[in-house]
Design a protein around this ligand. Structure first.
Ligand code: SF4
Length: 272
């Protein structure tokens, strides 16, 4: 579980120490409090849906061990949560905003969890913040496999926990100056302010419960069985992973075989 922040000298500070320090490397108090609020909100210890999709080994280590984040990495996680206040201010009274989804899989000790951005009138919205240059990636590659699974697993968990049906899943890509919604047209203007291109961002598919369960259950069973879960090394993921040392220790000790995700579009990378 996340316990606090790593100072530039490598010292691990618990949340109380981080909130009370007065050193010039630290963010202003208001930002530190916001970091604490958004990252320490999780009430139940769970396996995070997003981590499970990227690397099962990291998911297990994150679940079992205490860890600390660098301030800048914590800020990155918090950035998406800045939307909370905006969504809460406009959502209807029956809407769920930043709702904690945590579900214990029957017959196992595994609790799977995540934070739902918004569910209202049967529409589940997941916000992704990205740089403006992300538009080219969206055009070229569409919705990432991990995003499709993440939102569909949220839909599944919501049904299990609150018995709520979802009729549409949307992914909303919020850029610095643009906003692209899955299933809608988006116009790209050139420098003369003329329409250069129009493309339709594909809809987020809706997966059946059976499909979601056949994806999730082998992973949940594997985690529950206590084996070393397989690593899913990718350069960008491992670079900022706070379990590199533990992961290295597991190499050579053998790990069970299960794919984290069937990656058709993205190739793997170097471990470290
Ligand atoms: S270093 Fe990479 S492969 Fe190892 S646990 Fe972290 S993310 Fe997974």
């Amino acid at each position: 579980m996340l316990k606090g922040i790593i100072a530039p000298d490598g010292k691990e500070l618990d949340w109380n120490s981080y909130l009370s320090i007065d050193e010039n490397w630290a963010y202003p108090k208001a930002i530190r409090c916001a970091l604490f609020e958004s990252l320490n909100r999780q009430r139940t210890r769970w396996i995070s849906v997003t981590t499970l999709l990227y690397c099962l080994r990291k998911a297990k280590l994150e679940f079992e061990r205490d860890y600390y984040l660098k301030q800048e990495d914590a800020y990155y996680f918090m950035r998406g949560n800045l939307l909370h206040g905006i969504l809460a201010s406009v959502a209807g009274k029956d809407a769920l905003v930043e709702f904690e989804l945590s579900y214990k899989f029957p017959g196992t000790d595994i609790v799977l969890g995540g934070q739902l951005d918004l569910w209202e009138n049967g529409i589940l919205d997941d916000y992704k913040t990205m740089a403006d240059t992300g538009i080219h990636i969206l055009k070229r590659e569409g919705i990432k496999e991990e995003y499709r699974w993440q939102t569909n697993i949220y839909k599944y968990l919501l049904k299990k926990i609150k018995n709520l049906d979802t009729k549409e899943v949307r992914i909303i890509f919020l850029m610095m100056s643009k906003c692209i919604v899955s299933g809608r047209n988006f116009r790209i203007f050139n420098q003369k302010k003329q329409i250069d291109d129009i493309f339709t961002m594909e809809k987020c598919p809706m997966y059946s419960d059976d499909k979601i369960e056949s994806f999730l259950v082998p992973k949940i069973k594997l985690l529950d069985a206590g084996h070393n879960p397989p690593a899913n090394p990718q350069a960008w993921l491992c670079k900022s992973c706070y379990f590199k040392n533990e992961c290295k220790e597991m190499i050579g000790k053998g790990s069970a075989e299960v794919k984290t995700i069937d990656r058709e579009k993205t190739s793997g990378g170097e471990l470290f």
